[in-house]
Design a binder for this molecule. Structure first.
Ligand code: MV4
Length: 444
């Protein structure tokens, strides 16, 4: 096992990784920006190095600062968490070339899954279901029209280097296709410095269901079941749960097998997630693969009892998976709510100082957070304040436990989305499990 790991992240996920390191007797070294000098991840780590000013691009995204920090503290490995450099093939490659273990998949696999055209080709080759698509980059307006006609309207245009929903255009008629194609290319070029786009059959009112994988460096791959992540706004998930309310044992096995096939076909290693769209008839289609630990991993930890971040560290150090697929069972029901510092009505970010705080707790309640009383919520980073995760025997009791936890979460000084989260916990469609990716746009 490693003796020292550098954590290339901040906030709650940095604390999550520090705790996993502690349980494995690994020294955890933090990095921080000038805005984060009073942060908990700096206090709780075995050491901390300042890597630059508040702006992410000059600190948590600065590859040379991070590599210098690795060298100064003599860390053997880097855990990137989620966001920032977690899916940077360049960062993973620099680590590989410097003899520092990147705790995640190889740079090659990150690059393959980062290009959505290549990822879809790989999924098709692995016989994982995909929606009808152009099978390549779209060259011109004429090309787009021919492809869309073949696929059948409605279609969706997606950026090859996109993901997470950025730069998508839904098109219902040929008359609207030309403009949408040019806009999609321009937006893709501006956002990702890659104008390539592809066309796909648009799936109406689907659910987002994803499968959690763990793969060691000896060819062993297992899945830890699914998470339902349909409740999101502008591609930011707000509520996730495990299991999915639509799931049955047969569908879980089919989706799990599809995810395993994809992972094996690219020799995937470490933790990863395969995202699927599921339509109203429970057909599922590969969407993308996330080559990192995800924000919502705790719901899977609650229902399976597996410590995913600890497994990441064990896998990266070269250990074989001790977990066996046949022993992986989902027990009870878990829900996560993301508490954000934002206006519950306008969704505008609400940075500032937390002047009073009570964090909820109790049986079956876990709160992953890095905030404390007098903590300053910086405008430089994303607005996640805390993740409230509950576990109970049934979905009904998990919802009740979540309501109680959210009501006991008292935060003064910044606005939060807790009122919105409570509204959702009382919504009849949510309670019935009748949710899809348009749930929040219908909520009024
Ligand atoms: C889709 C889709 C419908 N049909 N693809 C959004 C994120 C990115 N991973 C792909 N996304 C979508 N792709 C087809 N063919 C709808 C979405 C989508 C979505 C997916 C999951 C969760 C929330 C979403 C919100 C809007 C659109």
């Amino acid at each position: 096992m490693f003796s020292k790991v550098l954590i290339a992240n901040r906030g709650e996920i940095a604390l999550r990784i520090i705790r996993a390191c502690r349980e494995l007797d690994i020294k955890a070294v933090a990095v921080y920006s000038e805005a984060d000098k009073d942060s908990l991840h700096v206090k709780l780590a075995n050491g901390a190095i300042c890597i630059g000013p508040a702006s992410s691009s000059e600190s948590y995204l600065n590859i040379s600062s991070l590599l210098s920090a690795v060298e100064v503290v003599d860390a053997e490995a880097v855990h990137p968490g989620y966001g920032f450099l977690a899916e940077s093939a360049e960062f993973a490659e620099v680590c590989e070339n410097c003899g520092v273990k990147f705790i995640g998949p190889t740079s090659k696999v990150i690059r393959q899954m980062g290009n959505k055209i290549e990822a879809k080709k790989i999924a098709e080759e692995a016989r994982v279901p995909v929606l009808g698509w152009s099978e390549r980059n779209i060259e011109s307006e004429e090309d787009a029209k021919a492809m869309a006609k073949k696929i059948g309207y409605p279609v969706i245009i997606k950026a090859a280097s996109g993901g997470g929903g950025r730069g998508m255009k839904i098109v219902h008629t040929q008359a609207a296709l030309g403009t949408a194609f040019h806009m999609a290319r321009r937006e893709a070029k501006a956002a990702f410095n890659d104008p390539d786009v592809f066309i796909e059959k648009f799936c109406e009112r689907p659910r987002h269901v994803e499968i959690q994988l763990l793969a060691d460096e000896h060819g062993n791959v297992i899945h830890l079941g699914e998470r339902e992540c349909s409740i999101q706004r502008r591609h930011q998930k707000i509520i996730e749960e495990a299991p999915s309310p639509i799931m049955d044992e047969k569908l879980r096995q089919r989706m799990g097998d599809a995810a395993l096939k994809l992972a094996r076909s690219i020799d995937y290693t470490n933790a990863g997630t395969v995202e699927f769209l599921v339509d109203k008839d429970k057909n599922f289609y590969f969407m993308e693969m996330n080559a990192r630990v995800q924000v919502e991993h705790p719901v899977t930890e609650f229902v399976t009892g597996v410590n995913i971040v600890k497994e990441q560290l064990r896998i990266a150090s070269g250990e074989k998976l001790k977990l066996k697929q046949k022993n992986m069972k989902m027990k009870g029901h878990s829900i996560e709510c993301r508490v954000n510092a934002e206006d519950p009505v306008t969704f505008a970010p609400s940075p500032g100082t937390i002047t009073a705080l009570n964090i909820p707790g109790g049986f079956g309640v876990r709160v992953d957070t890095a905030i404390y009383c007098n903590y300053v919520v910086s405008p430089h980073y994303d607005s996640l304040l805390a993740k409230v995760i509950v576990h109970a025997d049934t979905r009904e009791m998990a919802i009740k436990r979540m309501r109680i936890a959210l009501k006991g979460f008292l935060i003064e000084g910044v606005k939060t989305n807790i009122p919105l989260l409570l509204d959702i916990m009382k919504n009849h469609d949510f309670i019935a499990g009748d949710i899809d990716i348009d749930f929040l746009s219908r909520l009024s």
